[in-house]
Design a protein around this ligand. Structure first.
Ligand SMILES: [Zn+2]
Ligand SMILES: [Zn+2]
Ligand SMILES: [Zn+2]
Ligand SMILES: [Zn+2]
Length: 649
């Protein structure tokens, strides 16, 4: 528990005390700036996916076309875990508290204040920091300091603060006590971009620092193989094949893990390595020189000393080829959308879903550093435990209850690896499009962009939604015209239908509308379900409603509800809900969603508002977009069929 508390603390540190943020320190009300973090390198995470998420985030800031954000890839990022915050005094202007004095002492380095002993050199009164800073939307933060007196004999030696109108800092200014010369006020031109005059902000103001980051579910990839996995299409197809059940013999009988299946053959790996070595060499000695060497027949193998270690043959090629014949993703058909992104998003969804519901398929004892693998318990597995049913007889009705809201299978998952990450900060304004995203300085002065991460185990309830029920509902709504219906009695055919009809690229940026009709309808249905269930879950499990987050997986289709609190942590809430509260949870959810206090307005306009389906920003993965209660309960004009059974009462 101590460790878990410590980790909670770290998540808070990441948001509030990021490099270059300000914080109050100690009883004397001193303000400090975080000058840097001491960190450790982190390697066991799904780095490709996180880097892609960061690139997506970065693209909404004003300076998205600048370094290091433009074309950011996993190669440019250095993942690190903070273990110590180092701060120093900031801002560096102090003035005497004695009202008849107000003598100003401004220094270049925090250590220079040591010699003042905190006392005014004039009257011995107490020095206090000027509690304002200047921040600009370009990311710059400046201390408010006086300029020297124009008389060189006076310089900085006799500066005072005039704060005659004490409640209006805008009127405050510095002056020379010897000759009365004006020595600056509470604003100055930005020293970084030189564009604008910047005005003071109280150091406690929110706008001084906005941490930029996110939380996501991020399963570790087996480090023994991660460098050899061919990500992209090949990895996505292996996971699709596993999801469709096509790999059952290889995985279950052959004892192979997905990582082992995803590895490149020796030839491919050598070719890749060779390619990279040639690129490196070109950078060192020039492209022309290298071309000449290749033309003249120099054996580059000798030059580079290509490693000859071998990887045992795998079935990857066949699996990928077979799956390619079987599944065609919407983005493969759809012209200009990016297929690689679809592979990446789908890989993340499938990998998370497979391991969270089936557990690690390999031998855990034989692996090192895999302690962060999720451990699932299925509802079926729970109901098979005799002593559980004896003490919780009502649990017998759980499957039937869940079927009322079209949930086909459910799991409670322990040790779900959550990743908090922060990739930079902004100042001055909250809007992304009007601010420049600032990278953190690298803690070791390296070229790469540091991204700070904190991995914490959490717990989740995973709900797999009844696939054939969705198909029937879509059909009833008239949404399947021109789309092939899957065989609703064949689970594998159904799974394939969702892979082939939900376009994950449409869901990448949760702030733009979903253009594809089927994708929007499936997502809105699942997202509305997710919110309806989240809103009632907190009351049943004792977690604050902002402490539960969602991860909607429309290509499965499934919903993850996980404990995400960074404030306080109560492990076990999801377990309690899953084991003892499913029946009141489902009943309450169905009852709750029937009406909204703003009906008939809510019902006839958007079908969702803050009173019925909206959640706080931290809990919702898509800013409360694509929600509609009518999808669950139907509408009074009979155009939208109800997905949930209404005659429950
Ligand atoms: Zn002077
Ligand atoms: Zn500026
Ligand atoms: Zn409403
Ligand atoms: Zn949401």
């Amino acid at each position: 528990m101590a460790d878990s508390e410590m980790k909670r603390g770290l998540a808070q540190v990441m948001y509030r005390f990021g490099p270059k943020s300000l914080f109050d320190y100690g009883r004397r009300g001193l303000s400090m700036k975080v000058s840097r973090w001491e960190t450790d390198k982190v390697s066991s995470l799904d780095a490709n996916y996180v880097a892609e998420q960061i690139a997506t985030h970065a693209s909404s800031f004003r300076n998205d076309d600048e370094d290091p954000w433009v074309d950011l890839t996993v190669e440019d990022v250095d993942f690190r875990r903070p273990n110590r915050v180092v701060g120093s005094l900031y801002p560096l202007t102090m003035y005497c508290q004695n009202r008849s004095c107000h003598r100003v002492v401004s220094k270049k380095e925090p250590s220079h204040f040591v010699y003042t002993n905190g006392e005014c050199p004039e009257c011995g009164g107490e020095l206090r920091q000027l509690a304002f800073v200047l921040v600009h939307d370009c990311g710059n933060m400046m201390s408010i300091n006086p300029q020297p007196c124009s008389n060189p004999d006076h310089g900085y030696d006799h500066i005072y603060l005039n704060k005659q109108n004490i409640n209006d800092p805008l009127s405050w200014y510095f002056y020379c006590g010897e000759c009365g010369d004006f020595c600056g006020n509470m604003s100055k031109r930005c020293t970084k971009c030189h564009k604008e005059r910047v005005y003071f902000r109280p150091i406690a103001s929110n706008s001084v620092y906005y941490s930029q980051g996110d939380v996501l579910v991020n399963l570790p990839i087996d480090q023994r193989y991660s460098d050899d996995i061919e990500y992209g299409e090949s990895w996505a197809r292996i996971l699709m094949a596993a999801h469709l059940g096509d790999l059952d013999d290889v995985v279950e009988e052959g004892g192979k893990t997905y990582e082992e299946l995803g590895r490149m053959t020796t030839d491919e790996r050598d070719a890749k390595r060779r390619e990279k070595q040639i690129e490196d060499l070109k950078e060192k000695v020039g492209a022309e020189q290298v071309e000449k060497m290749i033309e003249s027949g120099v054996d580059l193998g000798d030059v580079f000393d290509v490693a000859e270690d071998t990887i045992k043959g795998s079935t990857r090629g066949e699996v990928v080829e077979e799956n390619r014949e079987r599944v065609e993703l919407p983005s493969q058909r759809g012209g200009d959308s990016d297929v690689d992104q679809a592979y990446s998003t789908l890989s993340h969804e499938l990998f998370t879903y497979l391991r969270s519901t089936q557990g690690y398929e390999g031998n855990l004892d034989a692996t090192d550093g895999m302690e962060r693998q999720p451990t699932p318990l299925s509802l079926d597995g729970l109901l098979e435990q005799e002593d559980f049913l004896e003490s919780n007889p009502e649990a017998e009705v759980y499957p039937e209850k869940l079927q009322k809201v079209n949930i086909a299978s459910a799991w409670v998952v322990d040790n779900l690896p959550l990743l908090n990450y922060t990739f930079g900060f902004t100042r001055d304004r909250p809007e992304r499009s009007r601010t420049d995203l600032q990278p953190f300085p690298h803690p070791r002065g390296e070229d790469s962009t540091p991204v700070y991460v904190d991995q914490t185990p959490s717990e989740a309830i995973v709900l797999q939604v009844d696939r054939s029920a969705i198909i029937e509902w879509l059909d009833g709504k008239g949404s399947l015209r021109g789309v092939e219906r899957p065989d609703t009695d064949d689970e594998s055919d159904l799974k394939e239908w969702f892979l082939e009809n939900v376009d994950t690229n449409e869901l990448r940026d949760h702030y733009s509308p979903i253009e594809d009709d089927l994708t929007r309808e499936v997502y809105t249905l699942l997202h509305s379900m997710s919110h309806a269930l989240m809103r009632t879950a907190s009351g049943q499990c004792g977690l604050d409603s902002n402490s539960i987050s969602e991860y909607v997986m429309p290509s499965i289709p499934a919903i993850f509800l996980y404990a995400s609190s960074t404030e306080h942590f109560s492990l076990g809430g999801m377990h309690t809900l899953f084991k003892t509260r499913i029946h009141p949870w489902v009943d309450e959810t169905i009852a709750d969603v029937q009406q909204c206090v703003y009906d008939p307005v809510c019902e006839h306009e958007d079908g969702a508002c803050h009173a019925c389906l909206h959640m706080s920003e931290v809990a919702c993965e898509s800013a409360n977009g694509n929600l509609d209660r009518r999808y669950l309960v139907g509408d009074d004009r009979g155009r939208i069929p109800a997905f949930w059974e209404a005659e429950y009462v």
